[in-house]
Design a protein around this ligand. Structure first.
Ligand SMILES: [Mn+2]
Length: 270
């Protein structure tokens, strides 16, 4: 299992090794001074060995779309300035994806007292998957970056499919609530639907819940009573019951949070 990397290390100290590290760089990159001060970053990206990708199913090649295979893009970009497009194709896809999400969420803030930019959340969810769950499937990491775009911005599933392909848009569709329904009904449906989700969607949902519960641990949104926070934990535990058997590391971390809150796990089956 990949250990957590200390956040204080420079890019090039850890960057060339895994996709995990590439995701970490997206977080570091929010500091433009650090980015600019490290000219070896781009060399690291280009020279990084191609990450092992589990069951990477990105759909068939289709010219003109961002989700074309690395080989397609490598063939087209041999004259471009990026020297090794084949080896950096996952990086390029992730950057394209995080940039899209950042544009979509650009005016949104989290509900915490600090008003954290919303994009910190999807990046953090993707990072949980790469760093803590050991996920190397780029489609899952892309879906994590995009997971709230349809629910919370003007983005449509058709738009995601055109830009990122049917696999990524399909995962996002699975984790998107129907906002035409009342909030209580949406929350009930999350509990009901969890067990029917694909394994990839279950990963995104587990990481999303873990991120949000940690957020609540560090500080509830403005206006939330302690009772409301507790009710959120109870509901999240119900959703997670339907997601079990997907990723032991994430489930253990969630269980620790539930236990700390006194929320009974009540078995491992939905
Ligand atoms: Mn979310």
């Amino acid at each position: 299992m990949h250990a957590l990397l200390p956040g204080t290390r420079r890019f090039v100290d850890h960057f060339p090794r895994f996709t995990f590290d590439r995701l970490d760089s997206l977080l570091f990159a929010s500091d433009p001074l650090l980015f600019a001060s490290d000219p070896l970053l781009f060399a690291s990206v280009s020279l990084a060995p191609r990450a092992r990708r589990g069951s990477d199913v990105r759909g068939s090649s289709k010219p003109g779309n961002a989700w074309r295979s690395g080989a397609d893009r490598a063939a087209q970009q041999t004259t471009d300035s990026i020297p090794t497009m084949e080896s950096s194709s996952d990086v390029a896809l992730l950057l394209e994806t995080v940039n899209f999400a950042a544009e979509k969420h650009r005016n949104q803030r989290r509900k915490d007292a600090a008003g954290t930019p919303y994009i910190n959340h999807p990046i953090g969810v993707a990072r949980i998957l790469s760093h803590e769950a050991g996920v190397t499937d780029v489609c899952v990491l892309q879906a994590a970056l995009l997971h709230d775009t349809v629910e919370d911005t003007d983005t449509t599933l058709d738009e995601l499919q055109a830009r990122f392909g049917p696999v990524v848009s399909g995962i996002v569709a699975e984790v998107t609530d129907d906002k035409s329904l009342p909030k209580a009904e949406r929350k009930r449906l999350q509990v009901e639907h969890a067990r029917h989700c694909s394994p990839r969607a279950k990963l995104v949902k587990l990481a999303d819940k873990l991120y949000n519960l940690r957020d609540l641990e560090t500080g509830a949104p403005q206006g939330w009573s302690e009772e409301r926070v507790q009710q959120y934990f109870v509901w999240a535990c119900d959703v997670v019951k339907g997601l079990r058997g997907t990723n032991a590391a994430l489930e253990q971390k969630l269980d620790e949070l539930f236990t700390k809150r006194g929320v009974p796990l009540s078995g491992t089956n939905a």
